[in-house]
Design a protein. Structure first.
Lengths: 110, 130
């Protein structure tokens, strides 16, 4: 699932460690959700169609979309069991993805 | 003849940078270091510049022009077009992420607070396309 920003392998490791994966985008991603379910991965692909959550979290990239629409800034957050943010990566270049090793390290440090 | 070798080297470096970048999606090391191709174009331009200094042949000037165009284009792409403005996120390391409930494609609601006390969560925001 390319949408998960190249984190695929790291997320599988995280999932084995009992971590839940929640992926948020403006569109319903049925294909990815079906694939995840079929692969028995505890990934949940949820939709934020009006960007309400994205806005609340301050992650909107105004007019950043292909057609000039507002889109989310690619972001990866690691939350511990208390829901506290323990690691945060917010993109500033759409070519770059977060380092899967760094995500795994953050998950293992929980 | 040295100018000729330098011109060839310059063009090889530029072509290699483009070929490597085309692997962007598949190779994390390339994807995560896009400034690498900008550096490669700069190196190609320097090599072509040396060729011009040595020989002033038309092909040396051409190679210099090509590498400068690639350098300008690559730098503009990486440092201007690909930039995402700094998001003023309300998320802070050490603070709890605000709760939310959103539905997945199957219509099942997902509530962040539901994971509290049970599981850590990796939360990923993405654009919906690469």
């Amino acid at each position: 699932m390319a949408e998960l920003q190249g984190l695929g392998a790291a997320l599988s490791e995280a999932e084995k460690a009992g971590v839940a994966i929640v992926a948020v985008s403006p569109d319903l991603n049925e294909r990815s959700q079906e694939l995840a379910t079929r692969l028995r991965l505890d990934y949940r692909f949820v939709a934020d169609p009006d960007l309400a959550l994205t806005r609340r979290y301050g992650l909107v990239h105004a007019r950043g979309g292909q057609h000039g629409e507002d889109v989310p800034t690619p972001t990866t957050v690691v939350l511990d069991r208390d829901g506290v943010v323990r690691w945060l990566w917010v993109s500033n270049n759409f070519q770059v993805r977060p380092d899967p090793e760094a995500v795994l390290h953050a998950v293992r440090a929980l | 003849m040295r100018a000729g070798w330098l011109v060839a080297l310059s063009l090889v470096v530029s072509a290699a940078a483009i070929a490597v970048y085309s692997q962007l999606l598949r190779v994390p090391a390339v994807r995560n270091n896009p400034e690498g191709y900008v550096a490669a174009f700069a190196i190609a331009a320097v090599i072509a510049g040396l060729a011009v200094a040595l020989g002033r042949r038309w092909y040396a000037w051409t190679a210099l022009a090509v590498s400068l165009v690639l350098l300008l284009g690559g730098a503009t792409f990486n440092f201007v077009l690909a930039r995402i403005p700094a998001a003023h996120t309300t998320l802070r390391v050490g603070e709890r992420a605000p709760d939310f409930t959103l539905s997945d494609a199957a219509g099942r609601p997902v509530t962040l607070a539901g994971y509290r006390g049970r599981q850590p969560v990796v939360l990923v925001f993405y654009r919906g396309y690469w």
